[in-house]
Design a protein around this ligand. Structure first.
Ligand code: BGC
Length: 775
């Protein structure tokens, strides 16, 4: 059995190598990051003085638990083993939950002292700072990426990136595993909320803004207010066929390049220094073994000199889970030869011995070893760690008033009003409110995973100073009564399970109020523990809303959740619906401001909200997926029936679109298409509107997507005011990946549209690009 695995692995690897060789001619000629001569020379000098054990150690990353024996203090004996003996070059993670930044500083200082003494090379410490400095006790927590996408304003992604870079550095950590780039295209997947929604363009714009803000403007010299990013998880991690975390994806070549690769390309071009790999497999090939994607597309295709790190234990997964390697050593051989530069083992530093042996046996070439080591050293030099392995942190201020205001502003613009029958909202401050549901009084539910701890559990210990929805509503409305009716069991490990504690009590309490605000959805979770089998909202929460509806009181549903749980049965019972997703520590305050009308809604859904558990769609489906009934005796129709479409979102005012104009309606590759339109605030209050420009390819040689987002801009208008929004759309953006795998802009008609207005434009000449990337 073992032998069969070995043969298969060898054949897969060999064929990957062939594909990769054929692609070598397709690389970008311009480097993604222009090399700095002084840094390159220093990297070479350092490499020259390293022996093979030191080189191997630089390719290994270990979790902090190993140094601390699961406690909070770094143990000298463990430092001697991990850094002294194995020369390990990187440590990650926190123990259990968020330390204070002073504690983090103490940990990193001990590691750096040992690294400099034992190997003369600084460690690079990495943390999952996902929606702010979310692994420090005092970090500022922004809304999760899914919420930031709903703002349709990259300024919010930039504000979060700035806070992540600066606040993380305050604890002596120079590297963050952010932004998340997976695209939330599979609603069941437990990491749906970690990305900027389902659209590749929105993901590209937001993540590139975040990347620039985390790293600063010069990727060769990352200052002390910034960190290196790790774009994750390359590639197509967010599309598992089963909807379960870390299970295989099956993706067409077209979608891989057009939708999944494009955001990575945008961020690499924005200067991203490192990339983390998709734990799972694409089209049957574990991504950690995929030479074509790692070395071919990413390193060579983009001419990128950055570093690729594995995800957690994913070299081990090549043999333990995926059966493409016979043992760990074989897995290390496959991974490093495919293009991996750093192995997040994360528990066994002796993986370095495997690297040494493989090099000595000629199974990893010295050239590949040196290339990987140089990529690791280059990041350390670019971060300035050789000069300053540690630095003075006394002037850093976490949670400054300005940063907190940015997090609150982002939360306000991220909560999406989906229904408001008869203008029920805003509620006057004298409204008597029954607040109910398991999410009504929980900071954990507002934050989601990666918040103080991996699962977002234990949040209450840290969040005394922040307001739950209940606390925030009490501060704005005179009469708020809380009867949860249903609650989560936070004591065990089955956090998703809820129980009906007092549905009848909630119903009774509703009789004396004007409005019911029901906060339903999900408890926090992350990765595999968040796997579920059924996207439906829980039976208890559904029963709660149904019981409340019998009172005849108007219901406002607050959806507080990381992925869109099916609410088809109860949506008609609600007069108003707000999807707040995971708005972070200031999300309760934001909701209170919005519900009372002190602020106006302007968020729009960055994903398609499904209506049925077995009909999960994205807005850019193929035209053939939605058809009217055919003529004749067979009914070959197909329908797209969703709860709320991508881009849905109301406010307390109305906007009118007019004068949609395209200057150059006939164009060819290389041209820029100029589009303008007018937007007017026709309501009575000020508001913001995300203006989204779509294109539809009317006829193409592969079935076209029904529409694609090509640009967006957020405008703010006082009542009665009008503005002209202009877009400059590169014609090349209308290209698609053809059946032969080449980027193609085809002659023919396209519809450009925004806000219900549209114009037909024509490409006058077909162009097929020779290289794998357009620009
Ligand atoms: C996750 C990554 C994370 C890594 C380190 C993995 O389980 O998939 O997103 O960066 O752990 O914590």
């Amino acid at each position: 059995m073992k032998n069969t695995h070995f043969c298969k692995a060898f054949i897969t690897f060999a064929s990957l190598f062939l594909v990769f060789s054929c692609k070598n001619d397709q690389a970008n000629s311009k480097p993604a990051i222009a090399a700095d001569k002084a840094i390159e020379a220093a990297v070479e000098r350092t490499l020259d003085r390293m022996d093979i054990r030191e080189k191997a150690g630089q390719l290994v990353q270990i979790t902090l638990d190993v140094l601390t024996e699961y406690g909070q203090d770094v143990k000298p004996v463990q430092l001697d083993r991990v850094i002294g003996e194995y020369k390990v070059g990187s440590i990650l993670n926190v123990c259990k939950a968020a330390p204070t930044r002073a504690k983090m500083e103490e940990i990193v200082r001990a590691i750096q002292d040992k690294s400099m003494e034992a190997i003369g090379i600084p460690d690079i410490y990495g943390l999952d700072m996902i929606h702010g400095a979310t692994y420090y006790k005092e970090g500022t927590f922004f809304p999760q990426e899914i919420n930031l996408a709903a703002t349709f304003d990259p300024a919010h992604a930039a504000a979060m990136g700035k806070a992540i870079g600066y606040e993380t550095r305050a604890g002596l950590v120079p590297w963050v595993f952010s932004p998340v780039m997976d695209l939330g295209r599979t609603a069941l997947w437990p990491r749906h909320w970690e990305s900027f929604g389902e659209d590749p363009y929105v993901q590209s714009v937001m993540a590139a803004a975040e990347t620039r803000a985390i790293q600063g403007s010069d990727p060769n010299h990352i200052g002390l207010d910034h960190c290196a990013v790790s774009l994750k998880h390359y590639l197509a991690y967010g599309n598992p066929a089963s909807g379960k975390d870390r299970t295989p994806a099956y993706v067409t070549e077209q979608d891989l390049r057009e939708k999944y690769f494009a955001p990575f390309k945008a961020c690499i071009e924005a200067g991203a220094l490192t990339v983390m790999v998709n734990s799972a497999a694409i089209n049957g090939i574990p991504t950690h073994a995929n030479t074509k994607l790692l070395t071919g597309w990413l390193k060579e295709g983009l001419n990128w000199d950055g570093m690729i790190v594995t995800d957690w234990a994913d070299i081990n997964n090549l043999y333990e889970r995926d059966h493409v390697a016979t043992d760990r050593k074989d897995a290390v051989r496959i991974g490093i030869n495919a293009g991996i530069d750093m192995i997040m083992d994360p528990y066994d530093p002796a993986v370095a011995d495997d690297i040494v042996a493989l090099v000595e046996e000629g199974k990893i070439s010295r050239k590949r070893l040196d290339d990987a080591v140089k990529r690791v050293l280059r990041v350390k030099y670019r971060l300035g760690l050789f000069d300053d392995p540690v630095w003075d942190t006394s002037s850093y201020e976490l949670g400054s008033a300005e940063t907190v205001q940015s997090a609150l502003d982002a939360a306000i613009e991220s909560e999406v009003l989906l229904k408001n029958t008869g203008g029920l909202l805003p509620l006057s401050k004298g409204t008597r409110i029954l607040l109910t549901g398991p999410n009504a009084n929980s900071m954990r539910c507002l934050n989601g995973g990666w918040s103080y701890s991996w699962q977002g559990s234990g949040t209450e210990e840290y969040t005394e100073q922040f307001n739950t929805i209940y606390e925030a509503l009490k501060a704005r409305f005179a009469d708020v009564r809380l009867v949860e009716g249903v609650s989560y069991d936070n004591s065990g490990s089955d956090w998703q399970a809820d129980k009906a504690v007092d549905i009848q009590g909630a119903v009774a309490a509703a009789r004396g109020v004007d409005v019911i605000v029901a906060c339903i959805g999900e408890n926090s979770y992350c990765e595999t523990p968040g796997n579920i089998d059924d996207l439906s909202l829980s039976a208890n929460q559904t029963a709660l809303v149904k019981a409340l509806a019998t009172t005849g009181k108007p219901i406002v549903l607050i959806l507080s959740e990381g992925r869109p749980r099916i609410v088809r049965e109860i949506e008609p019972l609600a007069a108003a619906v707000v999807d707040i997703m995971l708005p972070g520590n200031y999300g309760g305050d934001a909701l209170a401001e919005l519900l009372c009308g002190d602020a106006n809604f302007s968020g729009k859904l960055p994903f398609t909200y499904p209506k049925y558990v077995n009909s999960l769609h994205t807005y850019d489906y193929k035209v053939s997926e939605h058809r009217e009934t055919m003529e004749g005796m067979y009914n070959y129709d197909a329908t797209m029936d969703v709860q709320w479409p991508f881009g849905a979102g109301l406010g307390y005012t109305s906007f009118e679109y007019s004068d949609f104009k395209v200057k150059n309606t006939r164009f060819k590759a290389g041209d820029v298409i100029s589009v303008s339109l007018k937007v007017k605030n026709t309501g009575k209050v000020a508001g913001k509107e995300a203006v989204i420009l779509y294109s539809s390819d009317l006829v193409a040689s592969v079935i076209p997507d029904v529409r694609r987002v090509r640009a967006f801009k957020k405008v703010e208008l006082a009542p009665g005011k009008e503005t002209t929004v202009e877009f400059s759309l590169p014609a090349n953006d209308l290209a698609f990946v053809g059946a032969d795998g080449r980027w193609t802009l085809e002659k023919g008609e396209f519809r450009l549209s925004s806000g219900g207005l549209s114009e037909i434009v024509s490409c006058t000449k077909t162009k097929v690009w020779k290289t794998q990337n357009i620009k």
